[in-house]
Design a binder for this molecule. Structure first.
Ligand SMILES: [Mn+2]
Length: 454
C-alpha cells in the first residue's frame, strides 16, 4: 500500500484490535469507541489507517507507560525472516536431523543484523503476567517448538494475549543451539515488550565457546559446523554480543523473583541490597564473571551478584546444617574450589521477606518432570529440555496468570500433558520498561582449555 493511501478499518465492541502493539489492545478499543460516540456515531467506527494511527498516538501520549518502543524495519524484517525460515526448515521427522537448511547466508545476515540492533536491557526487569516461563532449553529445538506452538496462538504473538519469559541456557549440550538461539533472538527483536530473555551461565563466551568440555554439543562447534570456521566464529561472536546485553533477573507482578540460578549472597556491607545494585541503570555489561585484578570494590561485588544469579543452586536439604550464618555455602557440585554458592532456607527467607516476594522461579537444574518445588514451596525449578544428555527427563513450563501458577508438563515419549495449580496472593502492578544503553561490543576469542564447569 502506498504511503498516505487510506485503508478503511472497522472496529466493533466484539472485535479485538490486534496490531504490532500487542498488549493493552482492549484499552485501544475503548478509546476508539469513545471517539466514535463523541462524533455522534454508534460504537461501530469506520475510518482510515491514518485515523487509527492518530488514535494510537494520542493513546500512547495519554498512557506513556503503555507505549512501546518503535520496532524498526531494520529489526522487524530480519526477525520475521528468521522465524519464517526456521518454520520452513524444521523437519522433525527427518532422519538426518530436524533442520534442512536452504539459505544459511541470509540466515547469517539476519542474525548479524539483529545482534547489532537489539538493545541491551536493564539488568533487572519488572514484568507483568499473564506470563509463560521457560527454563533451560540447551539446543533442544524440538521441545522449544512443541511448547511455543502450544503457547503462541495462530503462530504469532500478535494474536496471543500472553508474554514469554526465558530463564537462560539456550545453547550447548543439545544439537540445535544455533536454531534455538536464533528463534529466541528473533522473537526478542520482534516483540521487545512481550518476549523477555534472561541470561544463564551458558550465555557467556567462556562457557559456550568451551569445546573441550562440550565437544560437538558446544555452541561454538555448532556455529562452525553450520557456517565453517571463519564465518562460524563471527556469528558465534555476534550471538555473544546479544547474550551480553541480557538481563540477570526479572520480577513478575512485583511478587515473583525469576532468575537462572539463584539469589545473590549479601554484599560486604550487609545492610546494602544487592538488588538495588542490580536495578541501577549503570550496572555493567559483563562479558565474563570471574574476578579481574583491575576490578574496584563495586565492580567486584557487581560481578559476584551476576555470577551468583546465573550459577547458584538451592542447597540440598541435608546440606542445610552446614551453611554459613547468612544461609549460603559452597556449591561443590558446580565448582570443587567452592567459589560458587548454594543458598539455603535462611538465605531464602531473608531475601523473600526483604523484597516482599512470594517465591522464586529458577532453572539451571534438570528435573525428572521438568518441574520441582522445594524449600517449602518457595523455590520452583523449571527445566524445558527433555531427554537432556541422554536422560529420560520431561520438560515443563510455568504459566503465571490471575494470581495462580500453572505447571505444564510435557513428557518425552508422548505429548502427555498434565497441569496443576498453586495459588499465590494477588496483586496489581504497572509495567515499567527501562532500557540499559551502555552497550559494549567485545571481540572474543574462544577460550583455551577451561576449568571444567557443568
Ligand atoms: Mn544453567
Amino acid at each position: 500500500m502506498a504511503d498516505g493511501e487510506a485503508k478503511p478499518f472497522k472496529i466493533s465492541q466484539k472485535m479485538l484490535v490486534v496490531d504490532e502493539r500487542g498488549v493493552h489492545t482492549r484499552r485501544v478499543v475503548d478509546v476508539i469507541q469513545e471517539q466514535g460516540n463523541k462524533d455522534g456515531t454508534n460504537p461501530m467506527l469506520v475510518g482510515t489507517m491514518a485515523d487509527l494511527n492518530n488514535v494510537l498516538e494520542r493513546y500512547e501520549s495519554e498512557y506513556p507507560h503503555h507505549a512501546r518502543p518503535e520496532v524498526s524495519q531494520a529489526v522487524h524484517k530480519p526477525s520475521q525472516w528468521i522465524l519464517n525460515y526456521l518454520d520452513e526448515c524444521y523437519t522433525p521427522d527427518n532422519q538426518d536431523g530436524v533442520f534442512r537448511h536452504t539459505d544459511i547466508q541470509t540466515f547469517a545476515q539476519c542474525i548479524n543484523t539483529l545482534c547489532i540492533n537489539v538493545d541491551p536491557t536493564t539488568a533487572m526487569l519488572d514484568l507483568q503476567s499473564p506470563m509463560y516461563v521457560l527454563g533451560d532449553i540447551h539446543g533442544n529445538y524440538k521441545d522449544l517448538n512443541y511448547l511455543s506452538k502450544n503457547i503462541v496462538q495462530f503462530n504469532s504473538l500478535k494474536y496471543s494475549a500472553v508474554n514469554l519469559l526465558f530463564l537462560g541456557d539456550y545453547v550447548d549440550r543439545g544439537p540445535y543451539s544455533v536454531e534455538t538461539a536464533a528463534w529466541i533472538l528473533a522473537m526478542r527483536a520482534k516483540f521487545p515488550l512481550r518476549v523477555n530473555v534472561l541470561r544463564g551461565n551458558h550465555e557467556f563466551y567462556s562457557v559456550n565457546g568451551d569445546e573441550a568440555t562440550y565437544g560437538s554439543g558446544s555452541f561454538f562447534a555448532q556455529c562452525k559446523e553450520l557456517w565453517g570456521p571463519k564465518q562460524g566464529e563471527a556469528i558465534w561472536n555476534d550471538f555473544n554480543t546479544f547474550f551480553d546485553g541480557l538481563a540477570f533477573a526479572a520480577v513478575v507482578d512485583e511478587r515473583i523473583f525469576c532468575v537462572h540460578g539463584g539469589i545473590p549472597r549479601p554484599l560486604d556491607d550487609k545492610s546494602a541490597d544487592p538488588l538495588q545494585l542490580l536495578r541501577d541503570p549503570v550496572f555493567p555489561i559483563f562479558t565474563e564473571l570471574w574476578p579481574h585484578d583491575e576490578d574496584d570494590d563495586l565492580v567486584r561485588e557487581q560481578r559476584r551478584i551476576a555470577s551468583d544469579m546465573v550459577w547458584s543452586d538451592p542447597a540440598p536439604e541435608d546440606h542445610e546444617a552446614f551453611l554459613d550464618a547468612d544461609g549460603f555455602g559452597p556449591n561443590m557440585f558446580r565448582d570443587p574450589t567452592g567459589r560458587l554458592p548454594v543458598f539455603g532456607s535462611k538465605a531464602l527467607t531473608e531475601f523473600l521477606q526483604k523484597h516482599n516476594f512470594d517465591f522464586i522461579i529458577r532453572a539451571h537444574e534438570i528435573k525428572a518432570d521438568g518441574i520441582q518445588i522445594t524449600k517449602h514451596a518457595r523455590v520452583i525449578t523449571v527445566f524445558s529440555s527433555s531427554g537432556y544428555c541422554g536422560s529420560d527427563n520431561g520438560s515443563a513450563a510455568v504459566f503465571i496468570n490471575e494470581g495462580k501458577l500453572r505447571f505444564i508438563l510435557a513428557s518425552r515419549s508422548a505429548n502427555r500433558k498434565r497441569t496443576g495449580a498453586a495459588t499465590f496472593s494477588r496483586c496489581d502492578s504497572e509495567f515499567v520498561g527501562l532500557v540499559r544503553t551502555n552497550s559494549s561490543i567485545a571481540e572474543r576469542k574462544p577460550p583455551a582449555a577451561q576449568k571444567s564447569l557443568r
